[in-house]
Design a protein around this ligand. Structure first.
Ligand SMILES: [Cu+2]
Length: 131
């Protein structure tokens, strides 16, 4: 009885030890990777959330509405510089988030707005006439 029992226990202990070693290895690799990117980028809480999808940036700007397109839910803004994303002043069309009510805006309004996006693709997340 003991001769059968003992090798089984030893085998089981070895398997458990191997699994433990593999887990430890995976965890230290994950820690090493996480540690490296932390040192390189020092992401803010916001960035970390955004990184779950793709890297998105939020930026505030001011400008004047030069055109409204209710059908395609777009607005054309003659906007000032947007330092947060290194944009010079320019006139351009933006897609507007579906949560924004374009009926509250009209051509000629001076507005504050918030953009969210990445690269050259930014969507207006909020926009309101300046007081
Ligand atoms: Cu622009």
């Amino acid at each position: 009885m003991h001769r059968v029992d003992n090798p089984y226990r030893i085998l089981r202990a070895s398997v458990l030890a191997l699994m433990g070693a593999a887990l430890t290895l995976q965890m230290s690799e994950a820690l090493a990777q996480g540690g490296m990117s932390d040192v390189k980028k020092m992401p803010s809480m916001n960035d970390m959330k955004m990184n779950d999808t793709k890297k998105a940036t939020t930026a505030n700007g001011t400008g004047t509405i030069t055109a409204l397109n209710a059908a395609s839910h777009k607005v054309t803004l003659d906007h000032g510089p947007i330092p947060a994303i290194n944009w010079p002043p320019m006139k351009m069309e933006f897609a507007v988030a579906s949560s924004v009510d374009l009926a509250k805006l009209k051509t000629g309004d001076k507005v504050n707005f918030t953009l969210s996006g990445s690269g050259n693709t930014y969507t207006v997340q909020s926009i309101s006439p300046t007081p």
